[in-house]
Design a protein. Structure first.
Length: 134
């Protein structure tokens, strides 16, 4: 955001490099999480409604995070040659990254409900992942 407000290309470049690096590590974390997900799926002690809600939130977040990584790579490729394209990509990457932060935050919130029965007793989840009303 600071790079866009101050129109500082070097700050934008650093931010885009960091987003690309986070995307690469995010992919590795996602792959490791898939293995854990397969082991937990048949576990009778977890809240399966929360599990499904988590999956439905985490998948779009992962896809958008991956798209941000690809766009970051494209932005890095055009940095020296096409400043206007770089700036447009930077704005798109920023908007996408803010959406990813929101979705991943909500996915983390839902993830906490999967095995923490003390939370589930106080805040039960309905079938679409929202807190059930009392």
């Amino acid at each position: 955001i600071g790079g866009l407000v101050t129109k500082n290309d070097h700050l934008k470049l650093i931010a885009i490099i960091l987003i690309f690096i986070m995307s690469v590590f995010g992919f590795a974390v996602h792959k490791a999480g898939e293995k854990a997900e397969k082991r937990l799926y048949n576990d009778s002690t977890i809240n399966h409604t929360a599990f499904v809600a988590y999956e439905e939130t985490a998948q779009p977040a992962f896809i958008m995070h991956s798209v941000a990584g690809v766009l970051s790579l494209i932005a890095l490729a055009v940095y020296d040659k096409r400043k206007k394209a770089f700036n447009i990509l930077g704005t798109v990457i920023l908007a996408l990254s803010l959406l990813v932060v929101g979705l991943m935050s909500y996915a983390g919130y839902l993830d906490g409900k999967i095995q923490h029965v003390e939370i589930n007793k106080v805040f039960p989840i309905n079938s679409i992942g929202a807190e059930a009303s009392f």
